[in-house]
Design a protein around this ligand. Structure first.
Ligand SMILES: NC(=O)c1ccc[n+]([C@@H]2O[C@H](COP(=O)([O-])OP(=O)(O)OC[C@H]3O[C@@H](n4cnc5c(N)ncnc54)[C@H](OP(=O)(O)O)[C@@H]3O)[C@@H](O)[C@H]2O)c1
Length: 352
C-alpha cells in the first residue's frame, strides 16, 4: 500500500491526542503541521517529531507532498479550512462537527463534488466494534423491530478547563461539541428526522450548555436525547426493540460494553387461586434480601467489544482505506449524513 503523507491542521488538545493514534496506523506518514501561529506549529512539530512546521494553513496546503489533511482546528474554522483543502487537491478528514451549520456543510459537499476529492467527518464512534454490533442488531432486527433510542452525553465542565466551549462564537456550546454524538447515533440508526421537539438551556453569554431533544424519524421511530456541559448524565445509549433492548454502556462515547436483553411480550395472568409455584414466587418477592440479590444481577448479557489500544485508530484505518482505494466518499459517514446531523442542530439551536 502507498504511504499516505498527512498534514495536520491544528495544534490543540485533540491534535495532540490523535498523534498517538496516527502512530498505530500502517502506511501513514505525518509529515507536516500547520497553525495560525508559527511558534505553535514549531513546538508541536518538535514534540511529535514532524518534519515540517507551517505558520499558515495556506502554506501547508501548497505543499505538493501532502496527500491528505486532518483538520482539527477550532470548530468555527472547520468548513472554511475543509473547502480550501479540497480546492488545493487534498483528501480531507475533518474533526466533528465538520461545520457549524447545515448550509456550510452543503458548501463542503459542493466543493467535494467539484474537486472530486474525498472528504469525511471524523465521526469516530461509528467505527467502534460495540457501535457496529449495535448497528447490526438494528439492521437485522435481531431483537424484533427497533422502536426507540434513549441516548445522552454529559459531563460537567467549565470555562477554565475548556475555554473554546464557553467563548461565544459560532463553534461553541454543547450542541456542536457533544450533542452531535447522540444526534448522529439516532440518525445512523433510524434515518432522517421528520419532527423535532427541543429545549435548550443557555448561560448568561447565550452559549448552549444543556439540551433535551425528542426526534421523530421518517421511519416512525423516536429518539429521546440529551446533552450537557453542566451536569453528569448517564452517558449511555439504549436502543429498544419489540423483543428486547441493547445498551451501549458508559462511557457511551468510546463504549466497549454492550448489554443485550431479550424479553417476550409481558402477559398478565388472571387466576382465581395461586398454584404452588406462584405461591413460592410471591413469598420470595416478599424477601428484601432476595430482592437485593436480584437487583445486583445484570438484566441482560454483557458483551465486551474492544477497540484495541486506541479508540481513534478504527476511524483512521477507514479513512486511509478510502484514500488508498481512490474512493470519493465514505459509505459509513457520507457528507449527506453530516448535513442531516447539522440540520437537526440548526433547528434545535433555534429552539427557545
Ligand atoms: N473526536 C473527539 O473525540 C474530539 C475531542 C476533542 C475535540 N474534538 C474536536 O477537535 C477540534 C479541536 O478541539 P481541541 O480540544 O483540540 O481544541 P483546543 O485545544 O482549544 O485547540 C483549538 C485551537 O486552539 C489553538 N491553540 C492551541 N494551543 C494554544 C495555545 N497554547 N494558545 C492559544 N491557542 C492555542 C490552536 O490553534 P492553531 O491550530 O492555530 O495552532 C488549536 O487549533 C474541535 O473542533 C473539537 O470538536 C474532537
Amino acid at each position: 500500500m502507498k504511504t499516505i503523507n498527512f498534514g495536520i491542521i491544528g495544534t490543540g488538545l485533540m491534535a495532540a491526542t490523535m498523534m498517538e493514534a496516527f502512530k498505530q496506523v500502517a502506511s501513514v506518514n505525518v509529515m507536516a503541521v500547520a497553525s495560525e501561529s508559527a511558534e505553535r506549529a514549531t513546538s508541536f512539530a518538535a514534540r511529535f517529531n514532524i518534519a515540517k512546521a507551517y505558520g499558515s494553513v495556506d502554506d501547508l496546503l501548497t505543499d505538493a507532498a501532502v496527500d491528505a489533511v486532518y483538520i482539527v482546528n477550532l470548530t468555527e474554522s472547520h468548513a472554511a479550512t475543509t473547502i480550501k483543502a479540497l480546492q488545493a487537491g487534498k483528501a480531507v478528514l475533518c474533526e466533528k462537527p465538520i461545520a457549524t451549520s447545515e448550509a456550510d456543510c452543503l458548501r463542503i459537499q459542493e466543493a467535494a463534488t467539484k474537486t472530486g476529492k474525498l472528504c469525511m467527518e471524523a465521526m469516530w464512534t461509528h467505527f467502534l466494534p460495540a457501535y457496529q454490533r449495535l448497528f447490526q442488531l438494528n439492521a437485522t432486527q435481531g431483537l424484533g423491530n427497533p422502536t426507540q433510542l434513549y441516548a445522552d452525553f454529559g459531563y460537567p465542565t467549565n470555562k477554565e478547563a475548556y475555554p473554546r466551549l464557553f467563548k461565544p462564537s459560532a463553534g461553541s456550546g454543547v450542541l456542536l461539541d457533544r450533542g452531535v454524538y447522540p444526534i448522529a447515533l439516532a440518525i445512523k440508526l433510524f434515518g432522517n428526522v421528520k419532527q423535532i421537539n427541543a429545549q435548550v438551556t443557555r448561560n448568561q453569554d447565550g452559549v448552549d450548555t444543556e439540551a433535551y431533544l425528542i426526534l421523530s424519524h421518517e421511519n416512525g421511530c423516536k429518539s429521546q436525547l440529551s446533552t450537557s456541559i453542566q451536569s453528569l448524565q448517564q452517558n449511555r445509549a439504549v436502543l429498544s426493540f419489540t423483543e428486547g433492548a441493547a445498551s451501549l454502556e458508559p462511557p457511551v462515547i468510546g463504549a466497549e460494553a454492550l448489554i443485550v436483553q431479550s424479553v417476550q411480550p409481558h402477559q398478565a395472568t388472571y387466576q382465581s387461586s395461586l398454584g404452588l409455584k406462584a405461591k413460592i414466587k410471591q413469598m420470595l418477592k416478599q424477601s428484601a434480601l432476595l430482592r437485593k440479590l436480584k437487583s445486583k444481577k445484570s438484566l441482560g448479557k454483557r458483551h465486551f467489544y474492544s477497540y484495541g489500544q486506541n479508540q481513534y485508530v478504527p476511524v483512521l484505518n477507514h479513512f486511509c482505506g478510502l484514500v488508498q482505494h481512490n474512493k470519493l466518499e465514505s459509505d459509513v459517514i457520507p457528507l449527506s449524513f453530516s448535513s442531516e446531523v447539522l440540520r437537526v442542530v440548526d433547528q434545535v439551536k433555534a429552539a427557545v
